[in-house]
Design a protein around this ligand. Structure first.
Ligand code: NDP
Ligand code: 8X3
Length: 260
């Protein structure tokens, strides 16, 4: 039977890895983001590599009306969304609270919190009408513990945690699964975005240890989305082996898999 996954932020990092793993397991994919060229390129690659269908929606999750119009524009045959992955998000800056930029705060709250709400609200009617579906919100270990200079990013991810729990309660009558996955440090475009293109600073974040890769997170998300109908992972924290919590990382050297 045909299955459809709707992924926000599929133009890079986790979202792109989610698209690869779901498509390689025969899901049709709705991929979204602001960078249309990347969406088109990914669509072509997924369709040719995995013989699935892919639909692109280019919108900014911060713009409520654009989100609504984009989701409403889906052809009827694409509205039976089985899995929604609210992944689009970012950190901006890593300053002390009194030195941080309010523009950065607004962008993080508008994207990580309000964007997630707008997309969920737009897609949910498709799930409620079928009495089934799964919403997977990408939180962060930063939402579980606050670290120095993490202030508003941590708060935005704590909000994702709370919203996920609220959704699970309110959507209970509709048999909709709601999950939050909270990854620790993973090397994607995340730090380049956070440090506004300062490559050396971004690279430094991953020095001396082996962080998660996007495909590690994708494997867990795919597993979570494909459990029996009566089983739901509510909350899952995932870090690399060398990370104990949001602020403790063992940087004594890289950890490699043994090769035979
Ligand atoms: P990337 O920067 O690699 O990817 C971010 C994605 O989000 C891009 O596809 C980007 O697409 C999209 N996005 C950002 N802002 C918007 C917007 N306003 N509207 C639509 N799409 C948007 O980062 P990651 O893949 O690492 O991050 C994905 C999620 O995982 C985020 O929510 C992040 O907070 C979270 N996370 C990341 C961790 C890490 O260490 N990497 C750890 C824990 C959580 P485009 O620019 O094309 O719009
Ligand atoms: C991203 C992980 O530790 O950089 O959410 O905040 S961290």
């Amino acid at each position: 039977m045909r299955k459809i996954v709707f992924i926000t932020g599929a133009t890079a990092g986790f979202g792109e890895a989610f698209a690869q793993v779901f498509a390689s397991n025969h899901y049709d994919c709705i991929i979204t983001g602001r960078r249309s060229e990347r969406l088109e390129k990914l669509k072509q690659q997924l369709e040719s590599s995995y013989n699935i269908s892919c639909f692109t929606l280019c919108f900014d999750v911060r713009k409520e009306t654009d989100v609504q119009h984009a989701v409403e524009s889906l052809p009827e045959s694409w509205k039976q969304v089985d899995v929604l992955i609210n992944n689009a998000g970012l950190a901006l800056g890593r300053e002390l609270f009194d030195e941080a930029s309010t523009d950065d705060w607004n962008t993080m709250i508008d994207t990580n919190v309000k964007g997630l709400l707008y997309v969920s609200k737009a897609v949910l009617p498709f799930m409620i009408s079928r009495n089934k579906g799964h919403i997977i919100n990408i939180g962060s270990i930063a939402g579980k513990e606050v670290y120095e200079r993490g202030n508003v990013y941590c708060a935005s991810k704590a909000a994702v945690d709370a919203i996920t729990r609220g959704m699970r309660i309110d959507l209970l009558p509709h048999h909709i699964k709601v999950t939050a996955i909270h990854p620790g440090a993973a090397e994607t475009e995340f730090s380049m975005v956070r440090f506004k293109g300062a490559e050396a600073t971004a690279k430094k974040m991953y020095e001396g240890f082996t962080p998660l890769e996007a495909k590690d997170v994708a494997a867990i998300v795919f597993f979570t989305a494909n459990l029996p109908a009566h089983v739901c992972i509510n909350d899952l924290v995932l870090t690399c082996t060398q990370q104990a919590n949001a602020y403790l990382i063992n940087r004594s050297g890289i950890l490699k898999d043994e090769v035979n």
